[in-house]
Ligand binder design. Structure first.
Ligand code: CTP
Length: 471
């Protein structure tokens, strides 16, 4: 196989060749870069393996590279990094023991290129290209990695039980690559994942989350999640999602399987957005359906309040996954809490007051909320779908009209707590909040106009009702 490198890569590889030559080291570019090159996926992360000291080689390369570059190394792990023109170059000496980039285990034993390839995770990640003078550009493919790329197969180079016991995270990586690349996992490899699934328990939440996020960002994440479930991995780190599975019947009446529904919503939303947090919102929107499930005679299955309970669960789930607990978490929480609002609006007459309230509660995230709600339509009845979509159009128009008129988005009521305290010379008690909320509600309901004077008069009346007099 012939490789064509871009101008940058070509001149970089020549410099690396020159440096390695001076040190008398064989050198190869290996792993993800080679895989992605063949798959035509852009990448700026390049891994080099040499027979010798990765740190010495990196140092030399960094001296020879034109312009500025940043050189870092970890002596204990025998790895060195060079950052140059937006490329991340990592150098390592070939090793006998298992390889992973984020390993914090000191290397103990040098090895040959073949040893190094043996201890990598998948055949498609064990490909190397020789950068030596005589063999420049030649592929080293001892495990049929190219054939596996062509056949779209994920397979371990060694007996999968050995590869996975070296680093159990690789079980998750197998599914992540399958989902990203839309590959299948070879049977023997998948059976081994099923057998060894419980070993994922020793892996840190951070490493698991990195892979899960990559599955979520893949083109059709349902594929990855179904594999996670089938392999027995999902329940180890995401029991709430597994609990969505299954259908109960009462008087011959079933509800939909919320696991598959959630995955459908997730796939739907992926067509509309690449945003990780909106995709997480899709995963979590119905997460509290199992504990809120009831069967009511004459009504059928209900999941009353699942959006409120679900929103309450979001911080706990984010904490466990070591996801950010800042605005991102608040955003997902808001999406989960509000995900039924637009649909409930389209089921009844869309009043101005209801739209104002939605605008007030969703603020800048209203468009995202609408995207989530649209993705939530998974009915198989085309008539129903058409009705929903038409109602959405109406709602969307109404939102534009109301916003133009009332400017409720990111709106703050014209009277704040401070003014209430000053007017009535009262301390910050519960009464202040009550008066403030009453003003906000009156404006959102359209009982009074959205202006200062009307709000001030309303405040005086409301305060009187509550037994507060102006001194
Ligand atoms: N690797 C491994 N076992 C791991 C992690 C990594 O064998 N647990 C090896 C693979 O050869 C992989 C290389 O290290 O190709 C680089 O790892 P990493 O950067 O995590 O993955 P990439 O394959 O580069 O893929 P991506 O950039 O999509 O993460």
């Amino acid at each position: 196989m012939e490789f064509s490198f871009n101008t940058y890569e070509d001149s970089l590889f020549r410099i690396i060749q020159e440096a390695a030559d001076e040190l008398n080291y064989p050198v190869f570019v290996i792993g993800g870069y080679v895989r992605d090159k063949i798959l035509d996926r852009p990448t700026n992360d390049l891994d080099f393996v040499c027979k010798g000291s990765g740190i010495e080689l990196a140092k030399k390369v960094s001296e020879k590279l034109p312009g500025k570059n940043k050189f870092n190394y970890f002596k204990n792990f025998g790895t060195a990094m060079v950052n140059h023109q937006g490329y991340e170059l990592e150098f390592v000496g070939a090793r006998k023991e298992s390889y992973r980039r984020d390993s914090r285990k000191p290397i103990v034993e040098d090895g040959t290129l073949e040893d190094d390839q043996n201890r990598r995770d998948f055949t498609i990640n064990a490909l190397a290209i020789d950068l030596g003078k005589d063999k420049f550009g030649q592929l080293v493919d001892p495990f049929g990695g190219i054939a596996d790329i062509e056949a779209k197969i994920i397979r371990t180079p060694l007996d999968p039980d050995t590869t996975f016991s070296d680093d159990p995270l690789r079980m998750l990586r197998a599914i992540r690559f399958a989902s990203q690349l839309q590959f299948t996992i070879e049977e023997n490899t998948f059976d081994s994942i099923k057998r060894n699934a419980s070993r994922l328990e020793i892996i840190s939440a951070e490493r698991i989350t990195t892979e899960v996020n990559k599955i979520i960002l893949s083109p059709k994440p349902s594929y990855g999640f179904k594999l996670l479930d089938e392999a027995g991995l999902l329940g180890i780190f995401f029991r709430e999602m597994v609990a969505l599975k299954g259908v109960d019947y009462e008087n011959g009446l079933g509800h939909k399987d919320n696991f598959y529904h959630t995955l459908e919503v997730l796939d739907n939303i992926c067509e509309a957005t690449d945003d990780l947090w909106l995709r997480w919102s899709a995963i979590l929107h119905d997460i509290a359906k199992p504990p809120t499930k009831r069967f009511k005679k004459g009504i059928g299955w209900t999941f009353h309040g699942h959006e409120v309970v679900g929103a309450r669960w979001v911080p706990r789930i984010f904490k466990r996954f070591k996801l950010p607990l800042d605005q991102k978490m608040k955003y997902v929480q808001k999406m989960v809490r509000l995900h039924l609002r637009p649909i409930s609006l389209t089921n009844e007459e869309i009043t101005d007051a209801a739209v104002r309230r939605l605008l007030f509660d969703a603020g800048d995230d209203l468009e995202d909320l609408m995207t989530l709600c649209k993705a939530d339509i998974t009915s198989k009845n085309p008539k129903k779908v058409e009705r929903y979509l038409n109602n959405y159009k109406l709602l969307q128009q109404k939102i534009i009209d109301v916003e133009e008129r009332d400017h409720i988005r990111n709106w703050q009521p014209p009277i704040d707590g401070l003014l209430i305290m000053e007017t009535f010379k009262i301390k910050p008690t519960i009464l202040v909040g009550q008066i403030k909320d009453a003003i906000k509600e009156a404006i959102l309901d359209g009982d009074i106009p959205n202006d200062y004077d009307a709000a001030f008069d309303f405040m005086l009346t409301k305060a009187k009702e509550l037994g507060v007099e102006r001194p």
